[in-house]
Design a protein around this ligand. Structure first.
Ligand SMILES: Cc1ncc(COP(=O)(O)O)c(C=O)c1O
Length: 466
């Protein structure tokens, strides 16, 4: 455990905050009853790649917050950009033919970073809202094209596209669909390209083609004149860092082109350098019609999201559309946009993404792979600065633990207590550290993960599970 170095709250103050939190705060994606019993870990400040809790423990943030703190914590330039904008124009809306300087500048900048033939942007506050916007824009597009019956959007099981009604419907999380009658009408799903689980005897390349063919099967089953769009994350994040074989996305592109189906790249995690390119679709060589973005566009310092739209779609919306009856009070918020411009400037000027691609990604790949030697770990994989490993009961046969044992959560607890944040998705343990992590910090993170795996193994052995 990292030693406490400067507990910022007294024991009494901490207990008051925890009591308030448990009594009044309904946390997202949380079992309220369990949390009220156990209490929360209160995070009070952060610097670089480290967060610090109220008891003074320094913890390596192996998840960049929720995948979003690309530049790490404590970047004064980002705070200064927000402050300067707040003092100049803290808010004005973009409804009714008004705009603001940062929103217009950022839209142009984002289009310059995106693949060719994408020249317009719609802003939201979050990734979920970006995907809601896309559902509305896709259906509006096909209406304007004289094909309103083309209204089905195909997503993937275990994909994640947010928590609003449309976002959760596009996603394929069974637990979310089970609560409240989702998905909404007009959404279908295909199986995910998860080689570890579904690859069988196929090579990764052959499996990539096969997994993409499930899209073609679905289009044919639904009727090609009914299918409006396909949505996927370049690499599935919340689903457990599912990295598709290199053959998958180009084949998806071919199928979308063949049937005229719009292609949506949900870049809420992969955007802004996570895979070593500005957008994940550029890594995989895909030309989407929509890019959903959020999170790292501001390194998480301000809520901002949006959609970059292809000319194929936006020319129709602009030229034939009339009023698009959709928008958010905070669409194009000047503070978020000013902060995003500064975030992008730093990513560019400091060569952060080039460094991810050329140096950090290969280094992380090599170090993360070494965790595969651990008796609990049956597979490891990384791409850019995301990684996932699988905890298995039997390394050789890849036999899984009983889900009810929640082995991933046991490992996650040891990680957090030991000074590194990893996320557990079932028994897949995942990381997505800040893009400014150094090779020495990667070493420190891997050492902490290895020790957490040892402690997990010891606990499982002691309980007779392993
Ligand atoms: C790929 C993807 N899309 C959409 C979202 C939803 O974004 P938000 O939580 O900002 O609404 C997330 C959040 O993790 C995500 O990972």
């Amino acid at each position: 455990m990292n030693a406490p170095f400067s507990a910022p709250l007294s024991a009494h103050e901490l207990s008051l905050i925890k009591t308030r939190d448990a009594a009044h705060y309904l946390h997202p994606f949380t079992d309220f009853k369990a949390l009220a019993k156990q209490g929360s870990r209160i995070i009070v400040r952060a610097e670089g790649i480290y967060i610090e809790d109220a008891e003074g423990h320094r913890i390596i943030d192996g998840m960049s917050g929720l995948w979003n703190v690309a530049l790490g914590y404590g970047r004064r330039e980002l705070a200064d950009a927000a402050y300067a904008q707040m003092m100049t124009l803290p808010f004005y809306n973009s409804f009714f033919q008004t705009s603001n300087i940062p929103a217009a500048e950022l839209a142009e900048t984002l289009c310059s970073l995106a693949p060719p033939d994408m020249k317009r942007v719609f802003y939201s506050n979050s990734g979920s809202e970006a995907n809601d916007t896309i559902v509305r824009a896709v259906r509006r597009y096909w209406q304007l094209m004289g094909a309103p019956e083309r209204d089905i959007i195909i997503g993937r099981h275990n994909g994640y596209h947010g928590s609003t009604m449309a976002g959760a419907s596009l996603g394929g999380m069974a637990g979310m669909h089970a609560q409240g009658g989702l998905p909404i009408p007009g959404i279908a799903h295909i199986e995910q390209p998860y080689y570890f689980d579904l690859g069988g005897d196929l090579s990764p390349e052959a499996f990539g083609i096969k997994a993409a063919s499930w899209l073609e099967d679905k289009i044919q089953a639904l009727g090609e004149k009914r299918v409006a769009a396909f949505i996927g994350e370049p690499v599935q994040g919340a689903g457990g860092v599912i990295i598709p074989p290199a053959t998958y996305w180009p084949e998806i592109q071919r199928i979308c082109d063949k049937y005229g189906v719009l292609l949506i790249s949900d870049e809420v995690i992969c955007g802004f350098g996570r895979l070593g390119t500005w957008f994940g679709c550029q890594h995989f060589g895909v030309r989407p019609d929509f890019i959903a973005f959020a999170k790292a566009v501001t390194s998480g310092y301000f809520p901002l999201g949006g959609v970059i739209v292809s000319d194929r779609v936006s020319d129709v919306l602009v030229q034939k559309g009339g009023e698009f009856n959709h928008g958010y009070t905070n669409s194009g918020h000047p503070v978020g946009c000013a902060l995003a411009l500064e975030n992008i400037r730093i990513l560019r000027d400091e060569g952060v993404i080039d460094n991810v691609r050329a140096t950090l990604a290969p280094y992380l790949a090599q170090r993360f792979k070494s965790l595969g030697e651990h008796p609990l770990v049956s597979a490891t994989e990384t791409l850019g600065l995301v990684g996932g490993l699988v905890l298995s009961k039997n390394k050789a046969t890849r036999e899984a633990f009983d889900a009810g044992l929640e082995v991933g959560m046991i490992c996650r607890r040891h990680c957090f207590d030991g000074g590194v944040v990893m996320r557990a998705v079932g028994d897949r343990m995942i990381i997505a550290p800040p893009l400014v992590i150094t090779p020495a910090e990667i070493d420190a993170m891997i050492a902490l993960i290895r020790r957490s795996l040892d402690l997990t193994l010891a606990e499982l052995t002691q309980k007779g599970i392993f």
